[in-house]
Ligand binder design. Structure first.
Ligand code: GLA
Length: 719
């Protein structure tokens, strides 16, 4: 991640007013300066500036007696103190009751791909180091902070952000967000940015379904293809908060980090607290380019393996077919059918362990159920491997049913406040992974499972959020560390398992898409966006998900119809065309499929393998979002522009309707492309078999679809 650092002094040293700290990457410049009072000020974040461009740090003075200097401030990372009335970066309470923290610039140093800037309180020994690192290719900046108590008495921190970002003064900003609930994740919402503070957050201990830690802010005139967009996401899988608001000087500020709700961290003498990283980027290429940049960044920098990561294999998962009724003959029967239609990875879901016949027992007991698998998992795994597929297994390590051997042995291992109720969700309690003994136990159990069985993939689930988040074994002042230590231990556990089992792949699932964020993505290879597998609902879910995260990690299964989530009936062709817009999987009960169904699936899976690299690694153009009309269309262009795929999906047609002509984007205008329909159907009469990229992008094309829930996919191959 090499980026240029235009710093006045490569060693620690003072920044002069006309020599900003500056980062350049992609088409973006980000710059900071120190004003005449010593405050670190954001100077610029936008399109790349010429080298040496003048950028001047000047503190706003007193506005009136009601707004003294420093009350509304463009400070890069303000302490809660002085006259500050906007969101602080950090809020501290000293043992003597002093709550005044005023941070000024002290020094900075170049680091790989960026720099560190030290701030310190004007009189007390609390320092903050701000870390900056910019991705040279995309200009996406990672910011985080380290707070240090350099004194001899403890300091309590009540609020700690990773970063505060500041946008240019302006009045027509819009905030885009992703909200939802179980089986309805990735709902898109937009609202104007106003002086009213908007808070996106999770108070639930985990990322959550309610909102995703992602934002995009554009201007009123920004479109999908044009105009400024600032966007970003927090790399954190615990309680988080992103706030967006405008101060009374018109600066838009975006603060993100640990959720201050129920948060407190007592920094002991000499101790430091590191925040998660808040990644953010800028483009003037519209909302579509913002998403494409973020996809590229997440794929190449965040996800394990980066560019060298394997493409997602086509997987089969048994959950919707069997639920808890898994056993050796049943799973082998499914595996044989899966192999025949071209599946590459076979995954046994919930129900294989302990006394797990339904969701009220067995969680926590990660030993094979010998009634269901009398000789262990080996015969099944051998059969799956013999059929040429890799083998995967479902686990939910962080949870326990009351009715389990683990809970009977260690009732003190769950989050709880002594003497208070232990509220259950799906009949389960949350293990306190912040405890070292719980962490070590889970490592031993999972490591043993992976050593004793030839497993290539874990689906790692997490099916409830926190209640009564007590950690009674800690001193009262340290009990709220649970919010941070839990997530750190989760990351440690995932990293350690990957280290001990190279080649192991992991999916992050949380009752669907409840734990999708850049923190967990750095340690998992794919995510399950939603338990809602209805192919039409999925178009909207996939559209919302891809506003932020890459298709490379987005699993999409074809399941049975009518769908469990909404009772909708759709054709198998439509279901495949919906799922092929992501990383394809199958979750249907294959033992109930007819030969025709199996032949249909075989055809689509083979067709998918031919376009998978383009879908998973290509640039995604959201041509017609599903929420905007009867026709939805997505377009994927391979990075070298040699292949592209257009999906056209019709929701329902009225007697007078005719599907719109769809104009692709992102093709090489000068190149000639041959076009065919995926799956072998003949091209519609009005579509030429070959034409230039220019022609396709100007003239467009369409399949004359009629009826309800119809779809088609065109493949463009460069000649
Ligand atoms: C969650 C997951 C499902 C399935 C079940 C198993 O709901 O999201 O895919 O694994 O748990 O209990």
């Amino acid at each position: 991640m090499a980026s240029t650092l235009a710093a006045p002094d490569p060693a620690a040293g003072a920044v002069k007013a006309d020599q900003p700290l500056r980062l350049d990457g992609g088409n973006v410049t980000y710059a900071l300066g120190v004003d005449e009072h010593g405050f670190l000020e954001p100077l610029y974040w936008g399109p790349k500036l010429p080298a040496g461009a003048p950028l001047i740090a000047k503190a706003p003075g007193e506005l009136s007696g009601f707004d003294p200097a420093g009350s509304v401030t463009p400070q890069e990372y303000p302490g809660q103190g002085g006259g500050l009335v906007t969101e602080p970066g950090v809020k501290a309470v000293f043992a003597d009751g002093n709550r005044d923290l005023v941070l000024t610039y002290r020094a900075h140093r170049a680091t790989a791909g960026g720099f560190d800037v030290d701030l310190a309180d004007i009189s007390r020994p609390v320092t903050v180091t701000l870390h900056y690192r910019m991705d040279a290719a995309t200009g996406i900046l990672g910011r985080s902070a380290t707070i240090r108590n350099g004194g001899r008495i403890p300091v309590r921190l009540d609020q700690v952000a990773s970063a505060v970002f500041t946008l240019p003064v302006g009045g027509d900003y819009r905030l885009h967000m992703l909200t939802g609930r179980h089986a309805a994740e990735w709902t898109q919402a937009t609202q104007p940015v106003t002086p009213a503070l908007t808070v996106l957050e999770s108070r639930r201990g985990s990322t959550g379904h309610g909102a995703n830690p992602w934002f995009a802010i554009d201007r009123a005139a920004t479109t999908e293809e044009n105009g400024p967009v600032w966007f970003g996401a927090l790399a954190w899988s615990g309680s988080w908060r992103i706030s967006v608001g405008q101060d009374n000087l018109g600066h838009v500020k975006i603060a993100g980090g640990f959720n201050p709700y129920d948060f407190s961290w007592t920094l002991k003498p000499g101790e430091t607290l590191d925040t998660p990283v808040f990644y953010a980027g800028y483009t003037d290429g519209g909302d579509g380019e913002a998403a494409r940049l973020f996809h590229r960044f997440t794929r190449t920098v965040i996800l394990p393996g980066g560019d060298a990561a394997k493409l997602r294999p086509v997987l089969y998962n048994s959950w919707e077919a069997t639920e808890f009724n898994v056993d050796e003959p049943g799973q082998i029967a499914l595996a044989e059918r899966a192999a025949k239609i071209g599946i590459e990875r076979f995954v046994v879901d919930d129900g294989w362990f302990g006394a797990r016949d339904n969701d009220s027992a067995g969680l926590g007991d990660w030993v094979v159920n010998r009634r269901k698998f009398p000789s262990g998992l080996k015969p099944l795994i051998d059969r799956v491997h013999g059929l040429g597929m890799s083998f995967g297994l479902w686990v939910e390590p962080e949870m326990v049913n009351r009715d389990s051997d683990l809970y009977r042995r260690h009732p003190d291992w769950v989050l709880n406040f002594p003497g208070r109720p232990r509220t259950e969700g799906r009949n389960q309690l949350v293990l306190n992974l912040a405890r070292e003994d719980v962490r070590d136990h889970l490592l031993t159990v999972l490591d043993t499972l992976l050593r004793e069985n030839d497993i290539q993939f874990l689906k790692w689930d997490y099916n409830r959020n926190w209640t009564e988040p007590g950690w009674p074994e800690m001193k009262p002042a340290d009990q709220q560390r649970v919010y941070v230590d839990y997530v750190r231990n989760l990351y440690w556990l995932l990293a350690e398992l990957r280290r001990r089992h190279p080649g192991l792949e992991i999916e992050s699932c949380s009752g669907g898409g409840g734990r999708v964020d850049l923190g967990i993505m750095a340690l998992t290879d794919e995510v399950w966006p939603s338990d809602n597998t209805d192919p039409y609902d999925r178009l909207a879910i996939q559209d919302g998900y891809t506003r932020a995260y890459p298709v490379a990690a987005m699993m999409a299964w074809v399941t049975d119809s009518p769908n469990w989530a909404n009772g909708r009936t759709t054709s198998l062709d439509y279901r495949f065309l919906s799922s092929m817009q992501g990383s394809l999987g199958v979750g249907a009960n294959l033992t109930k499929w007819s030969d025709t169904d199996a032949a249909t699936a075989t055809k689509w899976i083979a067709a998918y393998k031919d376009i998978r690299a383009t879908v998973q690694r290509g640039d995604l153009y959201r041509l017609l979002p599903p929420e905007n009309g009867e026709t939805a269309a997505t377009f994927y262009v391979a990075p070298d522009k040699r292949q592209a795929v257009l999906f056209q999906m019709l929701h329902s047609s009225h007697w007078s309707d005719n599907p719109p002509q769809i104009r692709p984007r992102g093709l090489d205008p000068a190149r000639s492309y041959k076009v065919r329909l995926l799956g072998g159907a003949p091209l519609p009469a009005a579509v030429p078999a070959q034409a230039s990229g220019d022609y396709w992008m100007a003239h467009g094309l369409r399949a004359p679809l009629k009826g309800d829930y119809q779809g088609a996919a065109f493949v463009f191959d460069a000649v």
